[in-house]
Design a protein around this ligand. Structure first.
Ligand code: FES
Length: 94
């Protein structure tokens, strides 16, 4: 379950039940966050470049934040999206 962080060029294997944010931390890929990964700050917003089907479905709280902030269909909260297969993500600040 390799998670790639583009264009940083870093990647890490996701552990069971690990989120994109958890995997990013181990890969040294900085993703904004300020709510302790409870899904309310919206700062961990990432754009999924590949493997969207390999992420858990959005949680109720994620759907609420996404609606309030106008997320595109391929944007997710890294702290809420659990990795179930290969994924590639990016942000607007890398
Ligand atoms: S870290 Fe706050 S919503 Fe993900």
């Amino acid at each position: 379950m390799l998670v790639k962080f583009t264009p940083l060029g870093t990647a890490a294997e996701a552990r069971p039940n690990e989120t994109v944010l958890d995997t990013a931390r181990r890969a040294g890929a900085p993703i904004g966050n300020s709510c302790g990964s409870i899904g309310v700050c919206g700062r961990c917003r990432v754009l999924v470049l590949a493997g969207a089907e390999n992420l858990s479905p959005p949680t109720m709280i994620e759907m609420r934040v996404a609606g309030q902030r106008g997320f595109a269909p391929d944007e997710r909260l890294a702290c809420q999206a659990v990795v179930t297969g290969p994924v590639e993500v990016t942000t607007g600040y890398w």
